[in-house]
Design a protein around this ligand. Structure first.
Ligand SMILES: [Zn+2]
Length: 99
């Protein structure tokens, strides 16, 4: 039986959010508990498009957290992606060398 996690059991396998600056319309956000995930590895250090391996501190589930950013003069756009990983996928990232 899979136990229910108080932090991330409500997450979808893929979460997505989109925010446009200067507009409250159609903005979406990741679940509030996504902030409680702990970063295990920063896959793209120094990039303003984040790619990070994160882990739930309660149930130890791994997630890939990515952001994208588009600059527009009339309001830049931010996207966030949170994808649940299998342990194998996460370990591949942990063991991959930084490029
Ligand atoms: Zn969890």
């Amino acid at each position: 039986m899979k136990k229910t996690c108080s932090i991330c059991s409500d997450f979808q396998d893929k979460e997505y959010s989109f925010q446009k600056y200067g507009s409250d319309v159609n903005n979406t956000y990741l679940p509030a508990n996504a902030k409680k995930l702990v970063m295990i590895k920063n896959i793209k250090p120094g990039s303003n498009r984040l790619k990070q391996l994160k882990q739930c501190p309660e149930c130890k589930t791994y997630y890939l957290y990515e952001t994208d950013y588009e600059y527009f003069a009339l309001g830049s756009e931010d996207e966030e992606f949170l994808t649940r990983l299998t342990e194998e996928e996460a370990l591949e990232i942990v063991h991959a060398s930084n490029t």
